[in-house]
Design a protein around this ligand. Structure first.
Ligand SMILES: Nc1ncnc2c1ncn2[C@@H]1O[C@H](COP(=O)(O)OP(=O)(O)OP(=O)(O)O)[C@@H](O)[C@H]1O
Length: 338
């Protein structure tokens, strides 16, 4: 090779090297920007994941009317202080059952300023194994209807207090941990930080796999009466907050431990001092035999007492509560109750 050829050859090699470097950089950038669907499938995350795309469906009132046979009383699956829940079937949706909650007309009037459709749109982005998903809504003069996935006919209030079947300690712990994860998801993983507003046993639905699914979250129809005994004292002046949800969850834990209903706050006053003095013989649900190893129950009692603490600032967050209950659940899976 003569000198001119050598220079041309070196120039060609340098150019090739520069092109390769640019190609590598471009490849790296495109890999970083690629959605990580392969590494993080949306549904496989144990803590669930935020589904950013809200999928709320706007139903015509006539469609809801047809799906419930004209709000046929035979289709009622539950009645609360804020509305009536019906089992609905929409033709064309594989005849799947949908739970539709028709808000009481008096509450619709009282909450006329509530931006119902945009609240529902936000809530419909919730996606977590321990949440009952909101599917959509229907709105007409005097009518506000929320459509939810039909979870099943059992709720924790019924199972714990009204059913002969009862719940053993293992199921109670699993339900408590699942419900904690659901509320934690609402508080911390849903934009813009949803508050449940009324955490109590009837809002914890139990699906066919005995998994807890928290329902009826995020819409507060002022005028609700069903919350007495499940919210802290500040609630009545300052409204609902994450801390009042933690309080409500603490009361749910107390009901799971004692098997007694919260009667206007009396359960907290009665059970917490007994738990603190470790008088488990007096406080635990008398229908169940106490486990021979009380470690998990003692820890559950401590979490419950901390959640219903008087001062909002002193209560644990739902992240902490869910983390502790996850650990208890794992310990239970490994060692059981006895
Ligand atoms: N998505 C759902 N799937 C199946 N059943 C449901 C669903 N949502 C609610 N229910 C049933 O309907 C019942 C009534 O629910 P609702 O939220 O209206 O009232 P509540 O919790 O019983 O009382 P309140 O609203 O007064 O606190 C629930 O307890 C539950 O059994």
């Amino acid at each position: 090779m003569n000198t001119a050829q050598e220079i041309a050859y070196d120039f060609f090699l340098s150019l090739l090297a520069i092109i390769l470097i640019f190609l590598n950089i471009a490849l790296l950038i495109s890999c970083c920007n690629k959605p990580s669907s392969e590494t993080q499938p949306e549904d496989s995350s144990p803590a669930g994941s935020v589904s950013t795309a809200a999928k709320a469906r706007a139903y015509q009132l006539s469609d809801i009317d047809a799906a419930t046979d004209g709000f046929n009383p035979l289709r009622i699956i539950g009645q609360g202080s804020s509305g009536t829940v019906y089992a609905a079937v929409f033709p064309g949706d594989d005849d799947q059952l949908v739970a539709v909650k028709r808000i009481h007309p008096s509450l619709v009037l009282l909450n006329a300023g509530l931006e119902f459709s945009s609240v529902i749109k936000t809530l419909s982005s919730a996606h977590h194994p321990n949440i009952a998903p909101v599917l959509g809504h229907s709105q007409a003069p005097g009518e506000r209807i929320v459509a939810m996935e039909f979870v099943g006919i059992q709720n924790l209030n019924h199972l714990l207090h009204e059913s002969a079947e009862g719940l053993d300690w293992s199921r109670r712990l699993t339900i408590a941990a699942g419900a904690a994860r659901g509320i934690e998801y609402l508080h911390n993983q849903m934009a813009p930080g949803t508050i449940h507003g009324c955490v109590k046993p009837s809002k914890v639905l139990i699906d066919s796999k005995f998994r807890a699914r928290v329902c009826d979250y995020g819409i507060c129809f002022n005028g609700r009466r069903g919350i007495v005994g499940y919210v802290d004292a500040e609630y009545w002046n300052r409204g609902a907050s994450k801390e009042s949800d933690v309080y409500g969850f603490g009361v749910v834990l107390l009901e799971l431990l004692t098997g007694r209903k919260s009667e206007e706050g009396l359960l907290v006053k009665w059970a917490v001092p007994l738990l603190k003095e470790m008088r488990f013989g007096e406080v635990l649900d008398p229908r169940l035999v106490a486990p021979s190893d009380m470690k998990l129950i003692v820890r559950l009692g401590k979490v419950a007492s901390a959640c219903v603490g008087n001062c909002r600032m002193s209560r644990p967050t739902m992240v902490q509560v869910a983390a502790i209950l996850n650990c208890l659940e794992l310990d239970h899976d490994r060692f059981g109750f006895d």
